[in-house]
Design a protein around this ligand. Structure first.
Ligand SMILES: [Zn+2]
Length: 79
């Protein structure tokens, strides 16, 4: 009887350990997925260069008033 109890405890502990390892392994994956979602969101804000028509992320764009350019060179050429 004591032996059966020992195996039940061993089984419960091994299940717990497996679960613990799985959550540890999942954490970086979840973080990675979250990061890629953030990247996808910022990629949505694409703007078009007024000079060459190149699409670039809004935060990398050169803004002159309401005009948007891909580089300083193109901003100078249009102004
Ligand atoms: Zn350009």
């Amino acid at each position: 009887m004591g032996r059966i109890f020992f195996y039940l405890v061993l089984l419960a502990v091994s299940f717990y350990v497996v679960k613990l390892i799985r959550t540890r392994l999942d954490e970086p994956l979840k973080k990675l997925k979250k990061d890629s979602n953030v990247k996808a969101d910022s990629a949505d804000n694409m703007v078009k260069c007024l000079h060459c028509g190149l699409h670039i992320p809004e935060k990398e764009a050169i803004k002159q008033g309401d005009k948007v350019f891909c580089s300083l060179e193109h901003a100078r050429r249009e102004l």
